[in-house]
Design a protein around this ligand. Sequence first.
Ligand code: ACM
Length: 523
Amino acid sequence: MARLLGSLLLMATAGTFVAGAAPTPGAETAGPLGEVVPAPASVEPGGSPYRITRATRIRVDDSGAVRRIGEYVADVLRPSTGYPLPVTSRGKGGIQLRLAKGPFGAEGYRLDSGAKGVTITAAQPAGLFHGVQTLRQLLPAAVEKDSVQPGPWLVAGGTIKDTPRYGWRGAMLDVSRHFFTVDQVKRYVDQLALYKVNKLHLHLSDDQGWRIAVDSWPRLTTYGGSTQVGGGPGGFYTKADYREIVRYAASRYLEVVPEIDVPGHTNAALASYAELNCDGVAPPLYTGTEVGFSSLCVSKEITYDFVDDVIRELAALTPGRYLHIGGDEAHSTSHEDYVKFMDRVQPVVAEYGKTVVGWHQLTGATPAKGAVAQYWGLDDTSAEEKERVAAAARGGTGIVLSPADRIYLDMKYTADTPLGLDWAGLVEVKRSYDWDPGSYLPGVPASAVRGVEAPMWTETLTNSADIEYMAFPRLAGAAELGWSPAATHDWDRYKVRLAAQGPRWEALGIDYYRSPQVPWPGR
Ligand code: ACM
């Protein structure tokens, strides 16, 4: 009731805001304007729909970035419509992408739909790209198919004004426990882009495998990357592979956040170089799933030469602002050593021009100025641990929220889920969606919350189908928590918008978990 009152008040005060728009007449559109995930900030339905036809053109301005987004739209729409959809910088009407000054911020956009066309306007290319994802969802699900479909291709009339709640809307992929190829990562990037996710966090090293080439320590990959959980062949990214992932992610407006997890989770490195071990003896490679048994040798100088080399080479490959140094589950490192280690390693990240990100255990040391801590506790994590994070946040540390019993995408949905783990609990779709990042951690100022990230650990996941079954539908909810205004948060409305995604995923070849909590069409 309080929530209903809240949205009524919001409509009354914001005037144009419609939380859950009434159905638009004309059943052939995908649905009412704004039946989109993540929920847009503001939706004003009305006026005639736009119909994409054989004569439709995609209008772009002269900037290279906008033309590339125009080509991306054409690549999405041509196979299913069968229309030529030329991309041109001349004329008016049709699907128009334009950069203009306005109240859009770095990633926001405005979408206007009417009889003559659909125009997406933004201040930056990222905003146009996100607006294009909205346009896709305003078309029937069959638009996502890769063969010609009958249509008609109608977009409901009206205006959407949209801008994200948070600047950090992430997804993490663990490529260490099982290795995933460049093509598999690209496939996930395309899926993340559908929901306006803008950070791809790659967990590049762990006990079971080192996955990124480091020229100054070549055995990290040639030996340390040669296996994975279960003993399979593993693999690693060459520098060219990694650059290709970065390039592709950037083409979908995602920034890569690379993670090298230290000082724990380092068996693959310790196995590759005996001198990194305090006793000078390399342990065997590890293909199990225990955690907390490995540590770099905090008292040896060579450890810091190693960390410097790795961070220098990785920073040089990474155009993004951030470098994640892990720091979780360092159970084989004393607290004193952990603090000492983090005091030496964080400045190295800064020296190579990057901002430190760490799992929230970093707040047990002294986070560097401007650092970001990624919270991965549970609802019932101790008040003391949460307060340590909150105190850091009040002192200026940014917080990214990844509560494990909410948005760890590798947690089983139910006891029957064939994949995944359950150490953080069983996480059905409603539980995953129904929390507020702005108030989740007591004592954290809302301004310290940078956003939301959904990690995917891969102890039990070996291929794209596995990833997709665990990500969908929960990824969409995590993305919505990161993008949509808190005022739009409403499970009963969300589950209806979410249900409409099911046919899109089917059209895209994504096999998702058919949660009984969601009213999927035709079920
Ligand atoms: C973690 O799940 N160990 C960050």
